[in-house]
Write a protein that binds this ligand. Structure first.
Ligand code: N01
Length: 537
């Protein structure tokens, strides 16, 4: 397809996206003898790691964990250089994977899938792209990413700005140098918290427009020694197995069976400090009730607020940076020098909840009755998470049912894999699966392998169609809600519940029951001949 763009092409599977999910889907399904056509909007592989090239972009999961496990040879040959891999290195890793497994030959780059229509008469999907491609396929795999559809903030006057506008999730490939310039950043989520310290090193003046302060923990990133790397590689089978069956899939492991309220304050603080000193998010896994009990959560929230007060010299600035929602009910950010950046004389923090942006002008940002003059404005304003990328395509299932109509009140999916009315259409890390609260690669591999196993099961039995049953999907959606209701998550306005996108239905998007229990449930369903999935020939 890459070179021939005329006529309708027949394939077994269309894969949309060539990030971590799409690349593994191509490899895995092809190895089962299926013909695959993949489409990718970017001009190379990488997905999230292709687009998010902003200075400071780095994974918040340790590099020895954030890699594929499906190939022991790949595990052995790739050399991660740092504890937390920077974006260029992860992109090189994915390029290496594409080469090593010869994946590029089935990917059409710079091609956006626009329409995915099910044809009742043939039982096939007709997939169309913005380059005029047309593919008929029995199966579709949406590997479109959970954090790939950027949100467009509705800030008055944004279009009037005549300086340079950057968005973290569409950062240019060329080197951006802001030396001597006046720079503004809107957004203090994971992206903002990573880019702000980097821009502050160059900018003449950096102004951060913060709506909601976030919790961030220091990464304490460092080079990875050969011995340390080898020790991981030697223990990979055992480690991977533990991660796969844990709650989040992260190397932090599951919290011990101890409540934060069972231990006295001095012991608890010492324990938090011990994990804080190691860097990374494991401080969030120190007690088993931090995300289910507000009083327990307050202990860690307050501990981190204290660290912010310790770091930021001006108490008034520190006060503005203190997050007020329960820690870990939004993804904890992992930073390098974030809070200390506010001690620099060229950095100003404006609390736009207290003093809202009035409008953006041609030359800056009008706020609190004054104009902050800017040469560069950076938007780090996040994503239409989990469902955004899927819903931006015109997907129509049986009887012409539009996915956007079906999901008007929020997504309903069976296991986050399939939705009723859309036979043979799968989603990698879809709504109702652990997805963005888990270590993504573990969840991606589990979904790809589950789909591949299901297709192999169908092939063995001469079955051609699979569809989530409505009742199974309703029950799973209820279970996702019930599990969430047992935690502090729903009380926080986060991207997990769609609160960051105006008008998006408030539904818990990820499954909070944990990757281990989720995997077990999926495996039980498979062992019971895929109960809840209607299979037919
Ligand atoms: O996006 P976010 P992100 N006016 O939604 C603000 C992953 N990730 O790209 O909180 C003013 O977290 C918004 O304010 P508020 C990770 O899973 C990982 O930073 O809505 N402000 C918020 O401060 C993460 O969870 C890594 O009040 C506006 C910010 O913009 C996910 O991606 C790195 C606004 C958006 O924060 C998303 O992170 C980067 C407006 N109109 C991302 N609209 C790593 O691996 C939004 N905001 C390290």
């Amino acid at each position: 397809m890459t070179n021939e763009r005329a006529g309708v092409v027949n394939k077994d599977v269309v894969v949309v996206g060539a990030g971590f999910g799409g690349l593994y889907a191509i490899h895995k399904l092809r190895s089962q003898g299926l013909s695959v056509q993949a489409f990718e909007t970017g001009d190379d592989v990488g997905g999230t790691w292709y687009w998010n090239r902003y200075p400071g972009a780095r994974c918040d999961v340790e590099s020895m964990e954030y890699s594929y496990s499906f190939s022991p040879e790949l595990e052995r040959e790739w050399v991660w250089s740092e504890r937390y891999a920077p974006q260029p290195e992860i992109l090189r890793y994915l390029q290496h994977v594409a080469e090593r497994f010869d994946l590029r030959r089935d990917i059409a780059f710079e091609t956006r899938v626009t329409a995915v229509h099910y044809e009742d008469a043939t039982g096939l999907w007709r997939v169309r792209t913005d380059r005029g491609d047309e593919v008929l396929a029995r199966f579709c795999v949406m590997a479109t990413g959970c954090l790939s559809a950027g949100s467009a903030p509705n800030i008055p006057g944004l279009a009037d700005f005549t300086g340079t506008l950057y968005q973290t999730h569409q950062w240019p490939k060329e080197q951006v140098d802001v030396t001597g310039l006046r720079v503004g950043v809107v957004g203090t989520g994971s992206s903002g918290i990573q880019v702000i310290p980097m821009l502050a090193q160059q900018a003449a003046q950096l102004t951060v427009f913060q709506r909601t302060p976030n919790f961030s923990v220091p990464a304490l990133n460092r080079p990875l020694g050969a011995d340390e790397r080898q020790s991981f590689i030697d223990r990979y089978p055992e480690l991977r197995n533990t991660w796969r069956h844990g709650l989040t899939g992260l190397g932090c492991g599951d919290p011990p069976p101890v409540s934060a309220l069972e231990v006295d304050a001095a012991e608890r603080t010492a324990n938090f400090q011990k994990f804080w000193n190691k860097g990374g998010p494991c401080v969030g896994f120190t007690y088993n009730d931090l995300i289910v009990n507000k009083a327990a959560n307050d202990t860690l929230s307050e501990f981190i607020r204290e660290r912010i007060r310790d770091t930021v010299k001006d108490p008034a600035v520190a006060e503005k940076l203190l997050p007020r929602f329960p820690v870990a009910t939004k993804r904890m950010c992992v930073d390098t020098n974030y809070y200390a950046t506010y001690n620099k004389p060229n950095v100003e923090l404006i609390d736009i909840k207290q003093t809202p942006i009035e409008r953006i002008t041609a030359t800056g940002v009008q706020v609190g009755g004054r104009e902050v003059p800017l040469d560069v404005l950076v938007l780090a304003t996040g994503f239409d998470a989990v469902t955004g990328a899927v819903l931006r395509m015109d997907i129509r299932g049986r009887n012409g049912l539009r996915l956007a109509d079906k999901w008007q009140e929020g997504p309903k999916m069976y296991l986050g894999l399939m939705t009723h009315g859309f036979p043979n259409l799968f989603t990698i890390t879809g709504a109702g699966s652990p997805s963005i609260v888990s270590s993504m690669i573990i969840s991606i591999e589990q979904h790809v392998e589950y789909i591949a196993d299901l297709l192999a099961y169908m092939a063995r039995r001469g079955l051609t169609h699979v569809e989530a049953e409505q009742q199974a999907e309703e029950q799973w959606a209820q279970h996702v809600t019930d599990v969430a209701d047992g935690t502090l998550y729903p009380g926080t306005a986060s991207l997990y519940v769609g609160a960051n996108i105006p008008g998006k239905p408030r539904v818990m998007l990820p499954y909070l029951g944990g990757v281990g229990p989720y995997r077990q449930k999926c495996d039980e369903i498979a062992a019971a001949d895929y109960v809840g999935f209607a299979l037919s020939a």
